[in-house]
Design a protein around this ligand. Structure first.
Ligand code: AMP
Length: 214
C-alpha cells in the first residue's frame, strides 16, 4: 500500500502513521523526521534546514524532493510506504507523481486527516515528546502523571522548537496556502479518502482502516 498522509500540522498524522506501519508492515517516511535528524546530526543540510524550520517556513521543494527520492529507492519501500508530511506543495506532488510513474508504482491513496483550525493551535502548543522513547503527550489533553517526565520510560519531555505559538501560526498559514490545495489535487485524481481527525486515537485509526477497506 502506497499512502500519502495529508493533514494540517497537529492533525495527528504522525500518530496514525505509527499505527499504520505496524498494521501494514511498511515504513513511515516523514520528511520532518528526516530533517530533524539532519539538524540533530549537525550536517550541512541540517544547519540550512534548522533556520527555516525554526521559523515554521518550508524547506525548498528541491531539498525535500531529493530526500524523498533517495528514501523511496531503498529496499524496504518495495511493498509500500506511508509518506507523512510530504508532499506539502503542488510542485512536490507533481514531482512525486513523475517519480512514481517512472518507477511504475503510483500512489494507492491520499488519506486526509481533517481537524478544525480552531483545535489545532491547542494541540500544537500542548504537544510534548519524550527525548528517550519518542512517546507523545499533550499537556492539555493527555498530560503525563508527573509534569515533564515520560510515564513509560522516565525520559525528559521536550517541546519541539517549532511548536512555539508564533511559529505555529506561521505553519498553519502556510498549510492553508500551500498544502491544503493538495486535497483537491488528489481529489481530482480520484484517490482521495478523508477521515475526521477527532476522537480517540483508536477511534480515528478504526475509521482510517474502514476507509482503506481493511
Ligand atoms: P513536520 O514534522 O512534518 O511538521 O515538519 C517540520 C518542518 O520540517 C516543517 O515545518 C518544514 O519546515 C519542514 N518540512 C517537513 N516536510 C517538508 C516538506 N515536504 N516540504 C517543505 N518543508 C518540509
Amino acid at each position: 500500500m502506497r499512502i500519502v498522509l495529508l493533514g494540517a500540522p497537529g492533525a495527528g498524522k504522525g500518530t496514525q502513521a505509527k499505527k499504520l506501519i505496524e498494521k501494514y508492515n511498511i515504513p513511515q517516511i516523514s520528511t520532518g523526521d528526516i530533517l530533524r535528524k539532519a539538524v540533530a546530526d549537525g550536517t550541512p543540510l541540517g544547519k540550512e534546514a534548522k533556520v527555516i524550520m525554526d521559523k515554521g517556513d518550508l524547506v525548498t521543494d528541491e531539498i525535500v524532493i531529493g530526500l524523498v527520492k533517495e528514501r523511496l529507492a531503498q529496499d524496504d519501500c518495495k511493498n509500500g510506504y506511508i509518506l507523512d508530511g510530504f508532499p506539502r506543495t503542488t510542485p512536490q506532488a507533481e514531482e512525486l507523481d513523475n517519480v512514481l510513474t517512472t518507477m511504475g508504482s503510483p500512489l494507492d491513496v491520499a488519506l486526509s486527516v481533517d481537524v478544525a483550525m480552531s483545535e489545532l493551535m491547542q494541540r500544537l502548543t500542548g504537544r510534548r515528546t519524550c527525548a528517550g522513547c519518542q512517546q507523545m503527550y499533550n499537556v492539555h489533553f493527555s498530560a503525563p502523571a508527573k509534569e515533564g517526565v515520560c510515564d513509560k520510560c522516565g525520559g525528559e519531555l521536550q517541546q519541539r522548537d517549532d511548536d512555539k505559538e508564533a511559529t505555529i501560526k506561521n505553519r498553519l498559514d502556510i498549510y492553508e496556502k500551500s498544502t491544503a490545495p493538495l486535497i483537491d489535487y488528489y481529489g481530482n485524481k480520484g484517490i482521495l479518502k478523508s477521515v475526521a481527525g477527532v476522537g480517540s486515537i483508536d477511534d480515528i485509526f478504526n475509521n482510517i482502516c474502514s476507509v482503506l477497506g481493511s
